[in-house]
Design a protein around this ligand. Structure first.
Ligand code: SAM
Length: 664
């Protein structure tokens, strides 16, 4: 096998390992000709080689977070054994981050069969299979849990793709490594110098490693990367195994762009002040809570979703691309993450799941067909349909086909915001006017100079409102006024079952009312109250008449909603630490000369200040994963997304582009 095998395609499906059973008891991968776990007992081997070999549970005593990285995930047995031991012995309130690379994922059903011999692991195995992702290339962050209140205690980040390549895309502070590739002679890619170099980059000082293999190349490779290697008694028929400890220091690799360097975390635990109670702020509060932080959400309005997130309906559909572009990949990952996230909030959110149809407009049908062929989402998440099939799905006559998202539909963003923000402390009807440094913390103050809250981190999730703060005012954000029209249903329109997107959108009737949207008009200011304009309603029906002739007409309008959305110049959100603009301009003044990257210092940020904004009209899809990424920046958890996507969302990206073009 060649590791090129796992580098194919845009988000496309990864190859199977070709599972076969040896003597009906031991799972093996025909592709590699090797076993997944020891013939002498898989669980006992996990415990001896990987848990005891990494001195666990001692390693995580008194630690608020602990990060295990495994190469490769296989049947998930090592993961289950680690989770089970951690749950029994962890420090109260702590978090386990488990990162695992896997290039040839087993299916959920195969996982079930491989884990069947261990009855005691059954509930955990089922909890794993319930969140186990489709074999789609890229990072997948999931939260296996035995009970809903445990969700977030354990984060599992599966890096689907070639291990060496996936590790270059990762940022994490690894405490313990499980080296569990197939035997080095059968699977050399899993034991290559490239892997050992990445291990050194990602290791916390003093990190441990363990493996069943004592091959000379493995010993020498670990040693060369800065690990002190020791032999230890092996498991079952094996005389010896290896244990190792990282003695090196993680030098900054020259292949990483210093202007996007990872910011120091604000803390494994802490309290955040979140400015803004829309989708950005509410999702940030929920993500931080999963990671063990508390938050105060502050908003100038008297309730959640006072601005663009207050739209009565949002249609749920990802914005995909045929080529593996950053936006298409981010929205595909965001879509999978959102579906998992919504499943947990289901009962508390106004939502209808009749699916969403993205209809091809003039010239756009070909592009939609290309997207479906490129496979950015697993089968079952996306179906190409012609006009007839689309009409059958929608229940009304449509003139065009396109893409059908069976898990889509519409949602009420404000009930989602309320559900997410529920457990957090909230200060509504309060405008934050200044942020004052207070040692390592920030004092958040109102117009009278009174303290609203002291916080370890402040998150700007207040759209154009952040323009009022000098430290953030330079971020390039545009205001786009949007109006949604509410219209009474008709005997024809009542039959509509799926939400339609065609440039604009229309939702199926709910209590006799459809939402038809939305206008896009650039505005310059950050305004609190946006009036509905009667003249704008007819504009919302123009595109609809083309795809669904006679479905709805402006005559039945009963009301509307208007607000200003916040958009970045490349239409991707801004997510991450707030850059110190002055330092960037000084440190990267020479960028346009194309000097070697190693000449530049690492980027400097406003310690403890973070941004999540620019969600535009797709916040329902992008905010959950964006918030999980932001929480990972704040708490030092492993990144849930590949580096190139994290960089594509980085708040400094426009500044860097500007510096590359000309001196500022
Ligand atoms: N730790 C696993 C468990 O608990 O079941 C068993 C791992 S099995 C011995 C080795 C794993 O490495 C297989 O799942 C295999 O697909 C994966 N693998 C092999 N080559 C790889 C590569 N180049 N990149 C990523 N994963 C790879």
């Amino acid at each position: 096998m060649n590791s090129e095998d796992v580098k194919e395609g845009h988000g496309g499906a990864l190859p199977s390992p070709d599972l076969v059973w040896e003597n009906a008891t031991t799972p093996t991968a025909a592709r590699f000709g090797d076993v997944y776990y020891s013939r002498d007992g898989g669980l006992a081997q996990s415990r001896h080689v990987f848990l005891a070999g990494n001195d666990l549970p001692n390693g995580w005593q008194n630690k608020e977070t602990f990060c295990v990285a495994e190469l490769g995930f296989g049947t998930g047995l090592n993961f289950l054994a680690t989770w089970e031991l951690w749950r029994r012995t962890r420090a109260p309130g702590s978090r386990l981050h488990y990162v695992a690379a896997e290039g040839f994922p087993l299916t959920g059903a195969e996982l079930g069969a491989c884990l069947a011999p261990w009855q005691e692991m059954r509930p955990r195995g089922e909890a794993l299979i319930a969140v186990y992702p489709e074999p789609q290339r890229g990072f997948h962050r999931v939260f296996p849990a035995l009970a809903p209140h445990e969700r977030g205690e354990v984060t599992l980040t599966l890096l689907y793709g070639d291990a060496a390549e996936m590790l270059t895309q990762l940022e994490a502070e690894v405490d313990a490594w499980f080296l569990d590739g197939f035997a080095p002679d059968k699977n050399p890619q899993m034991w290559s110098p490239a892997i050992f170099t990445q291990m050194a980059r990602l290791s916390r000082s003093g990190a441990s490693a363990a493996t069943y293999s004592v091959a000379g190349d493995v010993r020498r490779g670990l040693d060369a990367a800065g690990f002190e290697v020791m032999r230890a008694p092996g498991f079952g028929g094996k005389l010896e195994m290896l244990r190792a400890r990282f003695r090196g220091s993680a030098a900054r690799p020259s292949a990483l762009q210093p202007w996007f360097a990872r910011a120091p975390r604000a803390g494994a635990r802490g309290h955040a002040a979140i400015l803004g109670a829309g989708l950005a702020g509410a999702h940030t509060a929920a993500a931080l809570a999963r990671h063990g932080w508390t938050s105060t959400i502050i908003d100038r309005h008297d309730a959640v979703a006072g601005e663009a997130s207050g739209s009565p309906r949002a249609v749920m559909a990802p914005r995909l691309t045929a080529a593996p572009a950053h936006d298409g990949r981010f929205y595909a990952a965001g879509w999978r993450f959102m579906l998992d996230d919504l499943a947990r909030n289901e009962s508390r959110v106004g939502r209808e799941t009749g699916g969403s149809l993205q209809l091809g407009m003039e010239g756009g049908a070909e592009r939609l067909a290309e997207i479906a062929a490129a496979g950015p989402l697993p089968p079952g998440f996306l179906m190409p349909v012609d006009a007839e099939q689309a009409s059958d799905i929608a229940g009304v006559r449509l003139t065009r086909g396109g893409l059908f998202f069976p898990q889509g539909g519409w949602i009420e963003p404000h009930t989602l915001c309320a559900a997410l923000a529920g457990p957090s402390d909230k200060r509504f009807g309060t405008a934050v006017v200044s942020l004052v440094r207070n040692g390592l913390r920030w004092r958040v103050q109102d117009a009278a100079g009174a303290t609203i809250v002291d916080a370890d981190a402040v998150v700007f999730a207040n759209a154009l409102g952040m323009k009022r703060f000098t430290d953030a005012a330079w971020l390039p954000l545009e205001g786009l006024r949007g109006q949604v029209t509410l219209t009474a249903t008709t005997p024809t329109a009542e039959a509509l079952r799926a939400a339609l997107l065609y440039g604009g959108f229309v939702t199926p009737a709910h209590r006799g009312v459809h939402a038809v949207g939305a206008t896009f008009d650039a505005v310059a200011t950050d305004t609190t109250n946006v009036e509905v304009s009667v003249e704008d309603h007819p504009r919302n029906f123009a595109g609809l008449a083309d795809v669904a002739p006679g479905l709805l007409a402006p005559a039945s309008v009963i009301g509307g909603f208007a607000a200003v959305r916040c958009m970045s110049p490349d239409h991707l959100p801004l997510v991450g630490p707030l850059p110190d603009r002055g330092d960037y301009v000084k440190d990267f003044a020479e960028l346009r000369h194309g000097h070697p990257w190693a000449r530049y210092p690492n980027a400097r940020y406003q310690q403890g200040l973070y941004v999540l904004t620019g969600l535009g009209a797709r916040g329902v899809v992008s905010a959950p994963l964006a918030a999980e990424l932001l929480a990972s920046h704040i708490t030092g958890a492993p990144w849930p997304l590949e580096r190139d996507l994290v960089n594509a969302l980085h708040p400094a990206r426009f500044l860097v582009r500007e510096l590359k073009r000309r001196a500022i």
